[in-house]
Design a protein around this ligand. Structure first.
Ligand SMILES: Nc1nc2c(ncn2[C@@H]2O[C@H](COP(=O)(O)OP(=O)(O)OP(=O)(O)O)[C@@H](O)[C@H]2O)c(=O)[nH]1
Ligand SMILES: [Mg+2]
Length: 309
């Protein structure tokens, strides 16, 4: 390195947190995954998929955006719901921007009004982007958007996009967010995309698979805990993952296992395929279904699952 190079002041790093808010099922996690180009958060067609505030990190040269995906805001019915709502409020501390995601297929519901009231309570200095999502399947997107805008008349930044099918629009929004960042440290190494441990990440994808396959109230009765992740000694061997699927009642266990073990096999197959895509290795996934009575109400169980704090 020449003397001249060392004398030149280097560009300051810039960074900041961006919270992704909205009612359940509007596409918050899909937006996060598209922003990052990798699946860090679980996605299902069912509401209340996200339970934890997952952080997704996007680094471009000397700038770092830390997205915080949040659970959908809803009325709390048990201790897990309380935790989820606390995660949302926690995500709003010290943010540089908020993405308020809505589903343009439908007019605002009571839950959207509650999210809007939370957004209106933020410091006026925090930029809020109203993100009208699912435009690819919305019949009257402009009309719906107007109704959402009316919930927060002061809002200036409004975008319409499809988090699922239009990455270019999502990347354009990402560029705008990068441009907003103040000077600050890079919180994470530049090759890190998520603050989750690999065990947590795997447990979320296994739960995603269970939610997709199970019906009625069962998806909400399920939690997943990865007890072991063992890397192989040789490249041609699979990674071994052992996880427990927790259910609330004995009859739930029966349904998760299914006739002749068919259901658990399906859950395992879908989860394994998803995991293999992202680790680019073969995986041997072993699942056990255990009953933890009313775990959604049990603070000890919630702590064990990482739904606490
Ligand atoms: N057609 C279409 N579907 C979308 C779009 N974005 C998300 N979805 C679908 O909407 C459903 C919910 O997506 P998620 O990303 O899990 O929604 P979420 O807001 O994170 O949901 P919770 O975590 O439950 O609050 C999934 O079936 C997605 O595939 C979109 O732009 N277009
Ligand atoms: Mg989600």
């Amino acid at each position: 390195m020449s003397e001249q190079d060392t004398d030149r002041p280097s560009e300051p790093t810039r960074s900041g947190f961006v919270a992704i808010l909205g009612k359940p099922n509007v596409g918050k996690s899909t937006l996060l995954n598209t922003m990052l180009g990798i699946k860090v958060a679980p996605i299902t067609p069912k509401p209340q998929t996200t339970r934890r505030g997952v952080r997704g990190i996007y680094t471009e040269e000397n700038r770092q955006l830390v997205f915080v995906d949040t659970p959908g805001l809803q009325r709390a019915k048990d201790a897990l719901d309380d935790f989820m709502n606390r995660e949302i409020r926690g995500a709003l501390v010290d943010v540089e921007a908020v993405l308020w995601v809505v589903d343009l297929r439908r007019p605002p519901s009571e839950e959207d009004r509650e999210v809007a009231s939370l957004v209106r309570s933020l410091e006026p200095s925090v930029p809020v982007f109203l993100v009208g999502n699912k435009v690819d399947v919305a019949k009257y997107p402009q009309e719906a958007l107007r109704l959402y805008r009316d919930l927060h008349p002061g809002i200036e930044q409004i975008r319409i996009l499809s988090a699922l099918n239009d990455p270019e629009e999502v990347f354009a929004l990402r560029s705008e967010l990068l441009a907003l960042l103040p000077e600050g440290p890079l919180y994470f190494p530049s090759d890190i995309r998520s603050d989750q441990s690999r065990e947590n990440w795997a447990s979320e994808l296994i739960r995603e698979s269970a939610m997709i396959h199970l019906r009625e109230e069962l998806p909400y009765s399920v939690a997943v805990k990865v007890l072991e992740w063992r890397d192989p000694e040789h490249d041609d061997q699979p990674i071994y993952i052992f996880a427990e699927i927790w259910v609330e009642r004995v009859n739930h266990r029966r349904m998760v296992i299914g006739k002749g073990g068919r259901m658990i096999k399906e859950i395992g197959k879908t989860a394994r395929k998803q995991l293999e895509i992202f680790v680019n290795r073969q995986i041997f996934l072993e699942l056990d279904v255990v009953v933890h009575r009313n775990w959604r109400e049990d603070s000890e169980a919630l702590r064990e699952l990482g739904y606490a704090g």
